[in-house]
Design a protein around this ligand. Structure first.
Ligand code: GUN
Length: 286
């Protein structure tokens, strides 16, 4: 029988912990931990993600300050907002939802967020800390993936992990986290030759390609663990649509465990954002 990893349930447990921490922070400092969420333009997927993030903040006692900027906002104006948020002692975390409109250079914006408030872990200082194995803010999706992996694999040391996708948001940072745990890590991407054969050697597959059903059952070794980071909307024949992952989940019976989509990695990403906000608040006030 297919064994799924209950991401939603694990995320709820983490959120409860966050709520306790948020209450403690409020009792100690007289204010709730606060996250500034910046959305530029009206990307429908980003709208949904931002709404979920803000709803979870509310549920756990984290104050969220929402900035919805017009799609035509200039880079200079966005950088000015970031500078204000950096300097504001009542703001603990800053999240700029990606993607940004084409006329804004995302790297310029992400580089402008002060590393201590960079709850996405995208600033080069935090990226550097992650790659040197030192303490910093770690990107939320990879952090959530590691927590899910830890519920099904006792000891990662020496395991062969195959990461599919080399994005800065998931592929590269999860490769660093797995390397830190002494996995042998193969990072594959769009130009990789012979991906199915590489995947078949894996004890652990992390699929973050953004390609619906890419990972087929015969790519997965019996007893391997599959973490599906994909969130792909596909159209049904009747005109409705549904969300599917990067793995053909119906073909994964022989895997040791698989994360479902939806309800796997997605809820963990949000719970880890809240946990990072607490971490940022704590270290800014220590
Ligand atoms: N867009 C897609 N994923 C993410 C994420 O983790 N953080 C931000 N800020 N934007 C995203």
């Amino acid at each position: 029988m297919l064994r799924t990893i209950p991401g939603k349930q694990i995320a709820e447990g983490l959120s409860e912990e966050v709520a306790r921490e948020a209450a403690r922070f409020l009792a100690e400092t007289g204010r709730a931990p606060a996250l500034a969420v910046v959305l530029v333009g009206a990307n429908p997927a980003s709208e949904i993600y931002v709404r979920r993030k803000i709803a979870q903040c509310r549920k756990t006692g984290i104050a969220s300050i929402e900035y919805r900027l017009d799609g035509a906002t200039s880079q200079a104006d966005l950088l000015a907002l970031i500078a204000r948020l950096n300097a504001d002692p009542s703001v603990d975390g800053i999240l700029v939802q990606l993607p940004l409109p084409g006329h804004i250079a995302a790297t310029r914006v992400l580089d402008a967020i002060t590393p201590g408030k960079d709850v996405d872990g995208f600033h080069p200082v935090n990226v550097g800390r992650l790659s040197t194995g030192t303490d910093g803010l770690v990107p939320c999706t990879p952090l959530g993936c590691m927590m899910l992996i830890d519920t099904v694999i006792d000891d990662l040391r020496g395991k062969h992990a195959v990461v599919i996708g080399k994005s800065n948001i998931v592929g590269k940072p999860i490769a660093m986290l797995l390397l830190e745990r002494e996995c042998t890590v193969t990072v594959t991407h769009i130009a990789t030759q012979g991906l199915p054969d590489i995947a078949r050697k894996a004890d652990l597959i992390v699929a973050a390609a953004g390609s619906p059903g890419l990972v087929r059952g015969d790519w997965v070794k019996p007893g391997a663990v599959v973490i599906d980071v994909g969130i792909n909307r596909i159209e049904n024949a009747d005109g409705t649509s549904k969300i599917v992952g990067d793995c053909a989940i119906g073909e994964m019976e022989h895997a040791a465990a698989v994360t479902p989509v939806p309800g796997g990695v997605g809820p963990m990403t949000i719970a880890c954002l809240l946990a990072n906000t607490i971490k940022a608040a704590r270290s800014l006030h220590s």
